[in-house]
Design a protein around this ligand. Structure first.
Ligand code: GLA
Length: 739
C-alpha cells in the first residue's frame, strides 16, 4: 500500500488490488486520472484529452477549450462549464449557486481520522490522503479524504466542508464521493424490493442519462439497498472489472451513475439531495457520511469477497467478530402479542428440550401492548402479563440455562401511549397537517437530543439488570411529514439527517454502555440493512420473509454486499404467514443455513412429533456449525429461474458446504452441473452424504451434477426431481492438506 506524491500535484493511491490516481491540473482543478487494476508506474498516466475543441461546450473562464463537461473531475460543482450532476450544490448569500473549488494543499495521515458524529470504517494498516480545496471568494474549504488499506480492495472517501467566510451558506447537495470512469459501455447492478421481498437483483445496461437509486423515507430502505455496481459488459462471477459503491449511512441516500454526452460515467454517492438543505453558518463545518468503493478485477465474487472481509474486519463491532451466535427461539411468529410470563417460561422449557440456546421475547411485552395499535414508547413491562417484571423473567429464563433476548422499537411511538400523551412535541411532524401513520405509529424526533437522552435512560433501566444477552432493535415505519418544532424554518431541511445523527449518538452511547449485549438491527426486516447500522450492531434481521422460496432471492441478493456473519434467519411456520406457502421444515431450515444467527419461531405445542424430531436435529447442527458460520467464503455457484446453488468454505478451509435448491419440479428437468470454487486442488475432500473421497482438482474442474445422489441414483434422484421446493445440503470435509 502506498500514497505517492509527485511535485505536490499528482497523487497515486495503490495497493495490490487497485490504483487511484488524481492530479491537479490547469487552474488548479482536481482531476481524476485513473481508477482500476494496480499500476506499476502511476506517473505514466497520460492526460485525458483535457483540451479538445468541442462545439456547444463552454470554456472555463474563457480559457480556450478548457471544457469541464468532459473532464473526469474529483469533486465537480455546478455552473462552471460542466453540465453533469455535481457533487456539490449550494446557495450563497448572493443568492446564486456558483462555487469554484481549487487545489490548495495536501496532507498524508498514517491512519484514518474519524468523522464527526458519523460511523465510519475503522482504520489500521491504512493511510489517508487529505486534499484541501478552496473557494477563495467565499472563503470555504473543502477537504476530500481518501483512505487506502493494505489488505482490502476498498477505497474510503468522504468530504468535510468548512465555512470560514462571513456569510451563511445553504447546502443542497454535498456528496461523499464522486468517481469518474472513462467512456465505455457498462452494465449496472443494484437491488430493489419492498417489505418481505428485499434484495431483488436487477442488472441493466448503463443507459444514457442518469440512473439513480435513492431513498427519501428516512431510512436506507428495502426499496433500494444503498449499493450500486458499475461493471464492464458481460461481467460474471469470476471475470470483469467491477466498480461498486455503498455508504456507511442509514438515512436518505442517493447513488447515481450518469453517462454524459461524451459517454464517460460519473458515479456520485452521498446524502440524498432531494429535500436536503443544510444551513451552514459562518464558522461551521459539516462532514459527509463515508462512501466505500470496491474495485474488483475478478468479477462479482471477487467484489463480494472484498466487501465481506472488509465488513467483518472494519465495520462490524470487533467484540463479536469471532463470537458464535446462539441458536434462538423467537416468540414473534410463535405467539405474536399473546405473551406472558407463564407462557415464556413454558416456552423456555420447550426450547431447552429442542436444544435452543436463547429465548427472545419479541413484541408485546410492554405496558398495554396487545396489538400494534398502542404502547410503543412506554418501555415498561406490562403488569398483567409480567407481574414480576422483565428483570425477574430474564433471571428465571437464564436460571434455566438459556440466554435471554428482548425486542424494542425505540424510535417509535403510538399516539395511544403515555409517551405521546406526555410529549406530543417529541414526534416528527409539521404544523397544520395531520400526521400520516405507518403501522399505527409515529416517528420520534431524534434530531432533539432530549429524545435520545430519554430513550437512553428508559432502555438502560431495563438492560442494566444484567440478565439481558441480546436486543432486537426494530424500526417499523418510514418517515413522513419530516419536521421538528425545535428548529427554525431555515433548518427544517436538515431534520432527516439530524435524525440519523441523533440515532447514531444514541446507538453509540448504548452499545458502549452495554458492550456485552448482542444487538440485532431490524427494520421490518431489511428496511435499514446498511453499513451505518452494522457499525453498531453485529447482525441484521435480513427479512420478515421466512418462507424458503421467498428467502432464496433475498439471501442471494444480500450476499453481494453482506457476509453471512451479519445475517439472521429462523425457521418460521408453514403455511408461511407472509405468502401462504406450505413447505417442509428441512427447506425452511436450509434457506437460512448460511446465516450466522439462526433459530426458530414456531408454536411448539402444536407441532407434530416428526417435526419436533427434525427441529432437534437441525438445532443440534446449528449449534455444531455456529462457529463455522463466521469468517468463511461464500460463493454463488448457480442461479437459474428455479435453481440456486451456493457454496461456503469455512474460515479454516477444513469444510465446504454446498447448498442446492430447486423450486418447482419440471418433467424431464435439466440437471445442472456445478464446479466448486476456491478449494485446494491437491487436497482430498470427503463427501459425507455419498461416502466419497474426491480431489479438489476434480471438484473444481469436473464438478458434479445436482442433485448428486450416487448411492441410489434411480430411486432417490427421481423422487427428488419430482418434488417442489427441494433443498439439499452437501458437506465436504478436507482429509489432508498437502504442504
Ligand atoms: C417487525 C419485525 C418482526 C417482529 C415484528 C414485531 O415486523 O421485522 O420480526 O419483530 O416487527 O412487531
Amino acid at each position: 500500500m502506498s500514497i505517492l506524491v509527485q511535485n505536490d500535484r499528482n497523487f497515486a493511491l495503490s495497493n495490490r488490488y487497485f490504483s487511484y490516481v488524481i492530479s491537479v491540473e490547469e487552474q488548479d482543478i482536481l482531476r481524476q486520472k485513473y481508477y482500476g487494476p494496480p499500476l506499476a508506474k502511476p506517473w505514466e498516466v497520460l492526460p485525458v484529452n483535457p483540451k479538445l475543441h468541442r462545439e456547444l461546450s463552454s470554456s472555463f473562464e474563457g480559457i480556450k477549450n478548457l471544457n469541464l463537461n468532459e473532464a473526469l473531475l474529483e469533486y465537480p460543482t455546478y455552473g462552471r462549464s460542466d453540465y453533469r450532476l455535481p457533487a456539490f450544490h449550494a446557495q450563497n448569500s448572493d443568492g446564486n449557486s456558483i462555487f469554484s473549488f481549487h487545489y490548495k494543499s495536501y496532507k498524508i495521515l498514517k491512519d484514518k481520522p474519524e468523522l464527526k458524529g458519523l460511523p465510519s470504517a475503522r482504520g489500521g494498516d491504512s493511510e489517508t490522503l487529505m486534499i484541501c480545496l478552496e473557494d477563495q471568494h467565499w472563503n470555504i474549504t473543502l477537504e476530500l479524504r481518501y483512505t487506502i488499506y493494505e489488505h482490502y480492495g476498498v477505497l474510503a472517501k468522504s468530504s468535510r466542508f468548512l465555512n470560514k467566510g462571513m456569510h451563511d451558506i445553504t447546502i443542497q447537495r454535498l456528496a461523499s464521493s464522486s468517481i469518474g470512469l472513462p467512456a465505455k459501455d457498462y452494465e449496472l447492478l443494484h437491488f430493489y424490493g419492498t417489505w418481505s421481498r428485499e434484495f431483488n437483483e436487477e442488472r441493466i445496461n448503463m443507459p444514457r442519462g442518469r440512473f439513480v437509486i435513492d431513498s427519501s423515507r428516512g431510512s436506507s430502505s428495502a426499496a433500494h439497498n444503498p449499493f450500486l455496481a458499475v461493471m464492464e459488459i458481460d461481467t460474471s462471477e469470476d471475470h470483469g472489472h467491477v466498480y461498486a459503491s455503498t455508504l456507511v449511512y442509514s438515512g436518505n441516500f442517493a447513488i447515481s451513475a450518469e453517462k454524459g454526452e461524451f459517454e464517460d460515467v460519473r458515479i456520485i454517492a452521498g446524502i440524498n439531495p432531494f429535500d436536503f438543505r443544510w444551513n451552514l453558518k459562518a464558522g461551521q463545518q459539516i462532514d459527509t457520511p463515508e462512501a466505500l468503493h470496491v474495485f474488483s478485477e475478478n468479477g462479482l465474487t471477487g467484489m463480494s469477497h472484498q466487501w465481506h472481509q472488509f465488513i467483518r474486519d472494519r465495520i462490524s463491532p470487533a467484540r463479536f467478530k469471532n463470537e458464535s451466535r446462539p441458536s434462538f427461539l423467537n416468540t414473534w411468529e410463535a405467539c405474536y402479542f399473546d405473551v406472558n410470563a407463564k407462557k415464556i417460561l413454558e416456552l423456555a422449557d420447550q426450547a431447552i428440550v429442542l436444544g435452543v440456546e436463547m429465548l427472545v421475547l419479541d413484541d408485546g411485552w410492554f405496558k398495554g401492548r396487545n396489538d400494534d395499535t398502542s404502547s410503543l414508547g412506554d418501555w415498561e413491562a406490562d403488569k398483567k402479563k409480567f407481574p414480576s417484571g422483565i428483570e425477574q423473567l430474564a433471571k428465571d429464563v437464564q436460571a434455566k440455562g438459556l440466554k435471554f433476548g428482548l425486542w424494542f422499537e425505540p424510535e417509535m411511538v403510538n399516539p395511544e401511549s403515555d409517551l405521546h400523551r406526555n410529549h406530543p412535541d417529541w414526534i416528527l411532524h409539521v404544523p397544520a397537517r395531520k400526521s400520516s401513520l405507518g403501522r399505527n405509529q409515529l416517528t420520534l424526533d431524534l434530531s432533539q437530543s432530549v429524545v435520545g437522552d430519554y430513550l437512553f435512560e428508559k432502555i438502560s433501566e431495563i438492560l442494566s439488570c444484567g440478565f439481558i444477552d441480546y436486543v432486537k432493535w426494530d424500526m417499523n415505519r418510514c418517515m413522513t411529514e419530516i419536521g421538528s418544532n425545535q428548529l427554525p424554518a431555515i433548518q427544517q431541511g436538515e431534520i432527516a439527517h439530524r435524525y440519523i445523527l441523533g440515532l447514531y449518538a444514541l446507538l453509540d452511547k448504548l452499545t458502549k454502555a452495554f458492550p456485552s449485549i448482542l444487538f440485532e438491527n431490524c427494520a421490518s426486516g431489511g428496511n435499514r440493512f446498511d453499513l451505518g447500522m452494522l457499525s453498531f450492531f453485529p447482525q441484521t434481521w435480513t427479512s420478515d420473509m421466512c418462507d424458503p422460496i421467498g428467502r432464496l432471492e433475498i439471501v442471494n441478493g444480500a450476499s453481494y454486499l453482506f457476509p453471512n456473519d451479519v445475517m439472521a434467519a429462523y425457521i418460521g411456520p408453514s403455511p408461511n404467514h407472509q405468502n401462504g406457502r406450505i413447505s417442509s421444515i428441512k427447506s425452511r431450515y436450509l434457506a437460512g443455513f448460511f446465516c450466522a444467527s439462526r433459530g426458530i419461531s414456531l408454536d411448539i405445542p402444536n407441532l407434530e412429533k416428526e417435526e419436533i424430531d427434525k427441529i432437534k436435529e437441525y438445532i443440534a447442527f446449528t449449534n455444531f456449525t455456529s462457529q463455522e458460520m463466521l469468517g468463511g467464503s461464500f460463493y454463488r455457484l448457480l442461479k437459474e429461474p428455479h435453481k440456486f446453488c451456493w457454496q461456503f468454505i469455512t474460515s479454516d478451509a477444513s469444510k465446504v458446504y454446498l447448498l442446492y435448491f430447486h423450486i418447482l419440479a419440471a418433467t424431464n428437468m435439466s440437471i445442472p452441473r456445478v464446479r466448486l470454487k476456491g478449494l485446494n486442488s491437491k487436497s482430498q475432500y470427503y463427501l459425507k452424504q455419498e461416502d466419497l473421497l474426491l480431489s479438489g482438482d476434480t471438484l473444481m474442474k469436473l464438478g458434479f451434477e445436482l442433485p448428486f445422489l450416487t448411492n441410489a441414483p434411480n430411486i432417490a434422484a427421481r423422487e427428488v426431481l419430482k418434488r417442489d421446493f427441494v433443498g439439499m445440503l452437501y458437506e465436504f470435509q478436507i482429509k489432508d492438506t498437502p504442504q
